[in-house]
Structures are given as structure tokens and as C-alpha cells.
Write a protein of this length. Structure first.
Length: 231
């Protein structure tokens, strides 16, 4: 029986040792975890906060952009409605709405449209100085190549009407003319002609004709300009 008792005791002691070992190991891991968290916890929390802030910030920016676009669209509809009626018939001030778009919604395409509307209105009123200001605003604030070409060409026409031929030629020196090559060449020809350079005008008009797409409505006018230079 002693032998059995001894065996039993040995077995119980062995079982107790097996129970203690895992517990001791877990305590060690807990202490290590505490130490690791103490050392790295702040950086982890900071990373989580930054990540959440980035998500919230992005969502806010998206919402802000959408709101800006919707408000600008509404204002531009007002602007267009005012432009389609006479000043006496409309209770909408085109200039006020356009300036609002250009000041508070600069990043939207509606602001560029507004500036072009004001420029056209100024030209129709023979106010070339104000038209030039609006067109230069587009050149300074738009990042759309198409609208930049439109504004540049219209500004060239305004400057040509003011007799500033040197400024026009400088403005028209653009390497990438996209689909506006014919118009650039035509205005270059108009400028050379106004400054008395007939051969320069002839060459520019020929380049413009060569660049016109088939069936262009501007073909007849360009031929008249070229013929008017004589042989």
C-alpha cells in the first residue's frame, strides 16, 4: 500500500507540476504583453486615430466637393437663365451671380463658364478691358486644356481689337494646340495682316486652311481672307 501510496503521491505531484507550468507560462506571456503594450501602445493608438481621421477627412472632403458642385450648378442655371433674357426682363444680376461663382466656387467648372459669360458680355458692351480681365482669370484659374485654349483664343481676339499685335503673337505661341490649330493659325494670320506682314499672314492662312476639318463652316471665310491679300 505504501508503494501504491507513494505512486499515488508521485502522480498527484506530477499532475500539480503540469498544472503549474502552463499557468507560469501564461503569467510570463501576460507580463510580456503588458511590457510590449506599454512600449508600443501609444503608437498603435496614434496610428488608429490617424487612420480614422484620414477616412473621416476623406468622406468630409467628398461631401464638401459634392455640395460645392451642386451649389455651383444651381448658381450657373441662374446665370444662364439671366443671360438668355434682357436685363429689363430679368431680376437676376448676371454679374453678381458670376462673381459669386468665380469667388466661392473657383475649383468648379462653372466658375470658368461664368468668367467666359462675363467676358462675352463685356465684349458686347465694347468693354474690352473688362473682357480681358475675365479671360485672364480663366487662364490663371482653370486646369482644363480645352477651356484654356478657348480663353486664350478669345483673349487674342480681344487684344487684336485693341491693336496689341505683339501681345497677340506672344499669346498664340503654343506648342500643343490640340484641335484648335486652324483657329490659332487664322488669328495669327489676322495679326500679321493687321501689322502689315502680308507674307506672314498668307502663310498663316494657308496653314489654317490645311488644318480645317472637311466641310468646315469657316472654309469660305478663310478663302476670302487669303484672296484679299492679293497675289
Amino acid at each position: 500500500m505504501r508503494w501504491l501510496t507513494g505512486v499515488d503521491t508521485t502522480i498527484r505531484e506530477t499532475d500539480m507540476a503540469d498544472e503549474i507550468k502552463p499557468q507560469f507560462s501564461e503569467d510570463q506571456e501576460l507580463e510580456r504583453a503588458k511590457a510590449w503594450w506599454k512600449e508600443n501602445g501609444r503608437s498603435i493608438v496614434a496610428g488608429v486615430v490617424i487612420g480614422l481621421s484620414a477616412v473621416v477627412g476623406f468622406n468630409f472632403w467628398q461631401s464638401y466637393q459634392q455640395t460645392q458642385a451642386e451649389e455651383a450648378s444651381f448658381l450657373f442655371e441662374q446665370l444662364r437663365a439671366g443671360a438668355e433674357t434682357t436685363e429689363a426682363e430679368s431680376d437676376i444680376s448676371i454679374e453678381t451671380v458670376a462673381n459669386d461663382l468665380m469667388t466661392n466656387y473657383t475649383s468648379t467648372p462653372y466658375a470658368v463658364h461664368a468668367a467666359l459669360v462675363l467676358a462675352r458680355s463685356s465684349v458686347e458692351s465694347s468693354d474690352l478691358e473688362t473682357a480681358e480681365q475675365h479671360l485672364r482669370w480663366v487662364l490663371e484659374n482653370s486646369d482644363d486644356d480645352g477651356w484654356l485654349h478657348v480663353a486664350r483664343l478669345r483673349l487674342a481676339s480681344v487684344l487684336l481689337s485693341k491693336g496689341e499685335t505683339d501681345s497677340v503673337l506672344t499669346l498664340l505661341k503654343v506648342d500643343d494646340r490640340a484641335g484648335f490649330t486652324a483657329r490659332y493659325s487664322e488669328l495669327t494670320g489676322d495679326t500679321y495682316r493687321q501689322s502689315g506682314d502680308i507674307e506672314g499672314a498668307r502663310s498663316a492662312y494657308i496653314n489654317s486652311l490645311d488644318s480645317l476639318p472637311p466641310g468646315s463652316a469657316n472654309l469660305s471665310l478663310l478663302k476670302l481672307k487669303l484672296d484679299s491679300l492679293g497675289k
